[in-house]
Design a binder for this molecule. Sequence first.
Ligand code: FBP
Length: 549
Amino acid sequence: MKKSALQKARASYQPKLPIALQGPVKVVEGRPTESVADQAAIKALFPNTYGLPEIRFEKNATPTPGKPINVGVILSGGQAPGGHNVICGIFDGIKKIHRDSRLFGFLMGPSGLVEHKYIELTAPIIDEYRNTGGFDIIGSGRTKLEKVDQFNKGLEILKELGISALVIIGGDDSNTNAAVLAEYYKANNAGVQVIGCPKTIDGDLKNGLIETSFGFDTATKVYSEVIGNIQRDCNSAKKYWHFIKLMGRSASHIALECALQCQPNICLISEEIQERDMNLDDIVRYIGDIVISRAAEGNNFGTVLIPEGLIEFIPEFKRLIGQLNEVLGANKDKVAGMDEAALTQFIFDNLDQQNLAALKKLPANVAKQLMLDRDPHGNVQVSLIETEKLLSGLVADYVANNADFAAAKGKFSPLHHFFGYEGRCADPSNFDADYCYSLGYNAAALINAGVTGYMSSIRNLVKPAVQWIPGGIPITMMMNMERRNAEDKPVIQKALVRLDGAPFLHFAAKRDEWAHNTCYMYPGPIQYFGPAEVCDQPTLTLKYEHKDK
Ligand code: FBP
């Protein structure tokens, strides 16, 4: 395969490892853990993997002889920069334990395990993918691994290949499934350990012990570069309002991080909109009033960042989506064969008046999207909803009817962007390259320690990589019970933007100034080579959160 100059130079980058993982390790066990909520229910569902202690690895003076291990790996869900380095870290980690260890990659996500589709990841393959973006080494998929027959089908191939540990690299849903699988294999003495790794550009798989998910750093840096470029264009021509939707299925961490990096005129934070019980008209008024006041200063331009998941947080639409989920979840078999017209009618007949009114308020394409398109986890496919166009259209109507805007001879010319896929497969930043390699290497150490149902954890991430703290967190510790598809399920609690957290508070303190003055920042492209203060900086979210501690 022909390689670009950067690909060639980047291939030889040696990711930095925490000092504790650079040689033999010893396991330090913490106290038994509890789940974040619903302890009795989670304990009953995970009798074999509940309450396990946290684990920390420390440097050990004496090496212990290791045995060869066969390990399987799965990439699950949306791509995130650094996934290949997790796999490289696992490979190098298990080879360090014993040179006869082998790594097998299941193809196209969890379905590869169930359908017995795999390849052996050998050194030449691994070397092709070091420090590269994408998940193409084995592919990814969104099949939900949740049924006993899937677990048993998976076990057949694991046994056949002599695999005694499986690493699932995924987001909150996939790691929830990893915990369920770990419990099942433990309960059935299957002899297979299951380890999770925290992946998602959305940044919402984090808690007191998992500081960030991998990919968030690189993806937000890519988006911030482009937002900065748009802002410079916008400030040069001074004639467009740019409505920029940013990925992040539910949480607004990506939008918030990009706002901190770029200082746009407006950034909506879904969690705040929900907390303040703002409806669509309130949001339009908020944006419109800023457009009008900037027009009064002769500034008919600006930038608006919109989190992808916004619609689900506007209380009137959240209620609607909640009832849609209930109705469709409870009637799975009935609706399965319906055509679009029949399904629409079924939904209209089953929604209450308030929710029907909310649905009818939306333009036809958005309403259709809410009703018809779901992913395999039952989630609304928010990335397909064009909220940026919905909002700019409503803002155009709002300012057109405003006397001050007319008196100022204001102009409103919106342009639309959606940044998501542009960042998901970028070459990992130094931070993600190091973090991912460490997560993988650490997963190998967890396997060697004999544990199951743990998530690979690397902490102290605002410090240089050598000072990072490796270890493992029982996945059950992050769980609570939530309503999904009309059923109560144990799931990892999603980390939404905290309105009392330092990143949001910093943004909230500055946003009025950013709205009315033009304070744009231009972060520029990710730098892979150069001084650490340019190349190795973590996200501002991580920095502010650490200061908060
Ligand atoms: P994960 O939660 O699986 O990491 O996916 C993140 C994400 O990029 C979201 O931001 C986005 O809503 C979704 O994937 C889009 O997924 P797809 O490309 O499968 O439609």
